[in-house]
Ligand binder design. Sequence first.
Ligand SMILES: C[S@@+](CC[C@H](N)C(=O)[O-])C[C@H]1O[C@@H](n2cnc3c(N)ncnc32)[C@H](O)[C@@H]1O
Length: 280
Amino acid sequence: MRKITISDDDFLKFQEFFYRKTGIQFETSKRYFVDKRLVERIEATENDSFRGYFTMLRFQSSGNELQALVNLMTINETYFFREEYQFHCLVNSILPDLVARKKDKSPIRIWVIPSSSGEEAYSIAMCLVERWPDINDWDVEIISSDIDTKILNQARAGVYSERSVKHVPRNYLQKYFRETPAGFQLNDDLRSAVEFTRVNLMEAADVRSYRNFDVIFCRNLLIYFDDISRKQAAETFYDALHPGGFICLGHSESMSRISSLYKIRKFPEAIVYQKPGDRK
Ligand SMILES: C[S@@+](CC[C@H](N)C(=O)[O-])C[C@H]1O[C@@H](n2cnc3c(N)ncnc32)[C@H](O)[C@@H]1O
């Protein structure tokens, strides 16, 4: 069988296409990672060159191959209680600020994007149940979205490795997980507290129906985007938030460098960003 190679020109074509579709920009330093996965899909789809495969990728009406490739190319690294100070901020500062203004008592809506395998959304659910004294007075909806369908299925199954649960407090581990041969399985109550959906943040049609959120967690995604895609993401979140709603970003990400749409809120635990305007 002929060895499949990706030329510099192929790489550039693919880099531009994938960026346009997902907002993710692969640097040339990621070349080995990208080439390996491309060759894997070229072989799996029984193409014999990049050229044939790339044509299929662009013109296939179902979009199944693009989804398969996205599932392979995305970096899903995450774990429970990552950047935990933000969950303290949610419980001690953000939610008290929100509920003081939320006169209509409508559900508190939290959007976690990107979700990856669900650890972040489930950590939030655990923190609310364990640490937020008002939990019984409010209906909370947590929606967790990602572009990668494979990782979303893992999130729904809720089975985790030892590494992933390393930072879960011991008593939470005992209370909310069960050890199985496959790993630590989250209990059904917590699993049903989060709804997982497939969303490409860069696709207007995907995000159109995501509205009326009070808090958005968008951590460790914008680092893979360039300035134009980051700006588009900031505008999408603006439309998705209630006036007065909040965005939490990853520790190496800053909204001030991306967009002037938001106010900076310095809470004792963290800096977060707020959509201006007050919710009645
Ligand atoms: C490193 S994980 C971050 C997970 C979690 N938020 C955290 O901070 O630990 C990045 C995730 O972004 C997802 N992703 C990449 N591009 C996306 C896009 N355009 N729309 C939605 N999710 C995307 C990937 O599938 C991957 O699961």
